[in-house]
Design a protein around this ligand. Structure first.
Ligand SMILES: Nc1nc2c(c(=O)[nH]1)N[C@H]1C(S)=C(S)[C@@H](COP(=O)(O)O)O[C@H]1N2
Ligand SMILES: [Mo]
Length: 257
């Protein structure tokens, strides 16, 4: 084969692979570059992100434990988002949270917006009517503690599918009732163990652990598992989430474990 032909056929193969990959990954065009790529302060992210994406099969499961492994006293990172003393307190959302909690979360709904064909909201009953998943996993906080608990909820994937996520979607962002927001790429968002949890250790999700609904993202460190969920926004492009996102607060966006 002469050199020209070789170049053409290689290009064809590469283009072919890229389009198949694109379909498989539901629009993730460059899964080996973290969205923070290009930011000198975040150069380490490239290494972590690329290493994890290369070493692990794309959706390998994290370890799941047995009932006897569940921690007797589960560690707690934060408490009530309606507490004005809390360092992530937001007055408007805190007050809204307090009212919803007083009503036993009967009027609570999670909003799903952005790049979805059917934006809207789901009550706890709506979420419980979708498929559920229960998993006993280890939570690892960036501050050095860890705890094993059983989590029950709906796979995020099922909610995204119910909302008609558009093929161009690449990121999913989560907003809480306090000043917390985090984002995931599609690989983590569609991971089978990524769930919206409404149950913990066989009971309703307790207040301290994020009632009535929290994210459980088992492939990343504790702070990515946003508690007290208010809103989910599907995006085509990366969004650093401004002052309430981890990046502008000096934390990594991707913290694989
Ligand atoms: N909304 C909200 N979610 C949050 C936090 C928070 O302060 N607010 N803290 C995070 C951190 S740093 C950790 S380690 C876990 C703690 O989860 P736990 O309280 O269930 O142990 O929640 C994460 N999710
Ligand atoms: Mo944490």
């Amino acid at each position: 084969m002469n050199k020209d032909k070789l170049i053409i056929s290689r290009r064809k193969i590469v283009t072919g692979l890229a389009s198949t990959g694109g379909l498989l990954l539901a629009g993730c065009s460059s899964p080996d570059l973290p969205p923070t790529y290009g930011n000198v302060l975040r150069m380490g992210d490239l290494l972590t992100y690329r290493a994890f994406r290369m070493l692990l099969p794309r959706q390998s499961l994290v370890r799941e434990y047995d009932h006897q492994d569940i921690s007797a006293s589960p560690a707690i990172g934060t408490s009530n988002p309606a507490d004005p003393q809390g360092n992530l307190f937001n007055a408007e959302r805190g007050a809204r949270y307090d009212r919803l909690r007083a009503g036993g979360f009967a009027d609570w709904r999670i909003k799903v917006e952005g790049r979805v064909a059917r934006p809207g909201s789901y009550s706890l009953a709506d979420l419980k009517a979708l498929p559920s998943r229960t998993q006993i996993t280890k939570h690892t906080c960036e501050e050095g503690w860890s705890a094993i608990a059983q989590w029950t909820g709906v796979p995020l994937r099922a909610v995204l599918e119910a909302s008609g996520m558009l093929p161009s979607a690449r990121f999913v962002n989560f907003y809480a009732y306090d000043e917390t927001a985090e984002g995931l790429d599609m690989l983590d968002a569609l991971h089978p163990q990524t769930i919206l949890a409404y149950g913990m250790n066989g009971r309703d999700l307790p207040l301290a652990h994020g009632a009535p609904l929290r994210l459980r993202i088992e492939t990343q460190l504790g702070y990515k598992s946003v508690k007290f969920l208010d809103r989910i926004v599907v995006k085509d492009e990366f969004d650093d989430l401004g002052k309430i996102g981890s990046l502008q607060n000096g934390w990594a966006w991707y913290v694989g474990i």
